[in-house]
Design a binder for this molecule. Structure first.
Ligand SMILES: [Fe+2]
Ligand SMILES: [Fe+2]
Length: 189
């Protein structure tokens, strides 16, 4: 049931994002990185609370991993904002999505942290696919391979001549790491 729910939610969100954004990869990244920065913060906070409530230790590694994930996603957002400016409508979506998704994820995590982590594990697999598509568009010459934003060059220690493609490869690697971490926490929850 847990896995079925996590997969169904992933399909639902994937379909919604595909319908709305189609080939607009920059805009897709701005809105979805915004949403992606939510679950790590909530999972970190609720795991922190669980440690306080149960008077038990042993939660530290997970709390830090989750908070780091949230920070990493926020960095992704900052980087993609250098490439694409969201429209007014997208800014409204970002606000509404933050309210709805954070409330949804908060409740889901309390009901079943296993399902919550599994769902993010699948979401992150979709992020890997989306960034692979984005990179493919550059390789096909459909999107210009401009210079990587300076904050991304510093964050990933890339050479000064690094390109958008180089940055996307780094971001995709982060997403694969988030997927593995969340599937791991789902396995042991
Ligand atoms: Fe991300
Ligand atoms: Fe991610």
């Amino acid at each position: 049931m847990s896995d079925f729910f996590a997969k169904s939610m992933t399909k639902f969100f994937r379909f919604t994002a595909d319908t709305f954004f189609r080939q607009r990869y920059g805009h897709r990244a701005v809105v979805l990185e915004n949403v992606a920065a939510v679950p790590g913060m909530i999972a970190g906070m609720l795991t922190h609370f669980a440690s306080l409530r149960t008077l038990k230790r042993g939660y530290g590694t997970k709390i830090h991993a989750m908070l780091e994930e949230a920070e990493n996603e926020r960095k992704h957002l900052i980087f993609v904002l250098h490439i694409t400016k969201p429209t007014t409508f997208e800014k409204i979506i970002i606000t509404v999505a933050q309210i709805l998704f954070s409330a949804f994820y908060f409740v889901l995590f309390l009901v079943s942290s296993k399902t919550a982590h599994r769902m993010i594990g699948y979401f992150e697999e979709e992020a890997v696919i989306s960034y692979t598509d984005y990179i493919q568009q550059i390789d096909d010459g459909k999107i210009e391979n401009i210079s990587a934003p300076q904050p991304a060059i510093e964050y990933y220690s890339l050479p000064p001549t690094a390109t958008l493609r180089d940055m996307l490869v780094c971001i995709r690697r982060d997403e694969a790491g988030h997927s593995a971490a969340n599937h791991h926490y789902a396995d042991i929850s």
